[in-house]
Design a protein around this ligand. Structure first.
Ligand code: MTE
Length: 310
């Protein structure tokens, strides 16, 4: 158990969560105009987040500063450098936004993001994001369990996997003009992975709507897998009987497997996965099995050879 000394306590530790958040929101609203000028990279999804309660799981490690979380991104639809998404994603229109759900389910359909938000109470969860490239961050996400979203569409007995797809619109996403990946960006999970309470659909971070570069208005967060599994700006969800092929698997099948679990014992063919650099820190840390969530998710893979199923 973590015991904090009085000098370590912050306002958030001694104030009820809702009061703290409302106070912060009020302080921020007064500064919003100035902040937009001072922080041009912070274009956020045009949605209102209601009440947010602390969610289960998560880590109490230091959070990565907002500036790093929003200026060091992978979002190839806006370019392949880490700085591109913050600079080049302002063209993405996130309202209206519709997510279309199809495939092996009894209630397929299209839902507007505002209706999704009305239907799902929001949680805050602080998670590690471990990129396959060897860096990591700690991000306070706002979202709701993917399982709750899935249940509404009543997947049938044939639904063994779920596939996700990102918007594919060259007019709004300049990076799509280069075929660095076989667009649209797609990802997939096995159904039991998708139903695990750690799998989150995120609509915000640091208590506010998602910045565009982080996957606005709605993205996946699968904290025990490498970051690339956490697909951004989702417009399609499809229940499938067969295993989907993700965009990275298609691009380099020997380097990126379907499972993509954070696993310090399985190296990427071109580099080690034993350590990672937390953004903002100098010394490298040891990478943890399943990114530190082994207790919660290891049973999903019991009996599987994780070297083969990488
Ligand atoms: N989703 C889409 N649509 N396009 C991408 O290029 N990059 C992935 C993932 N989701 C990516 C994506 C990779 S490689 C990582 S590490 C994470 O997003 C980064 O998320 P972040 O920018 O919020 O840290």
């Amino acid at each position: 158990m973590l015991i904090k000394r009085a000098e370590d306590l912050t306002e958030a530790d001694v104030t009820p969560y809702d009061v703290y958040r409302e106070r912060r929101r009020f302080m921020q609203s007064g500064l919003a105009g100035a902040a937009a000028l001072a922080m041009p990279w912070l274009a956020r999804a045009n949605i209102t987040l209601g009440k947010i309660t602390p969610g289960p799981f998560g880590t109490d490690e230091d959070k990565t500063p907002l500036k790093d979380v929003t200026t060091y991104n992978n979002f190839y639809e806006f370019g392949t450098s880490k700085a591109d998404p913050a600079i080049r994603s302002g063209s993405l229109v996130t309202d209206p936004w519709t997510v279309t759900v199809s495939g092996e389910c009894d209630k397929p359909g299209s839902v507007d993001l505002h209706d999704i938000l009305k239907a799902h109470p929001l949680q805050e969860r602080i998670d590690r994001l471990r990129c396959v490239e060897g860096w990591s961050m700690v991000i306070p996400w706002v979202g709701f369990p993917l399982a709750d979203f899935i249940k509404g569409f009543q997947p049938n007995a044939n639904a063994k996997y779920v596939e996700f797809e990102t918007l594919n619109d060259k007019a709004q996403m300049p990076g799509l003009r280069r075929r660095v990946l076989d667009w649209p960006y797609t990802e997939g999970l096995r159904m039991d992975e998708a139903m695990h309470p750690l799998a989150l659909l995120a609509v915000g971070l640091y208590g506010e709507p998602l910045p565009i570069q982080n996957g606005a208005p709605i993205r996946l967060v699968v904290p025990w897998k490498y970051g690339f599994k956490s697909i951004k700006s989702i417009v399609k969800v499809r229940f499938r009987e067969t295993q989907p092929i993700s965009a990275w698997q298609k691009a380099a099948p020997s380097e990126y497997g379907f499972y993509s679990n954070v696993n310090p014992k399985v190296d990427h063919p071109r580099w080690s996965q034993r350590r990672e650099r937390r953004i903002g820190e100098f010394a490298k840390r040891k990478t943890l099995m399943f990114n530190g969530y082994a207790e919660q998710v290891a049973s999903l893979y019991s009996g599987m050879d994780l070297k083969k199923n990488f």
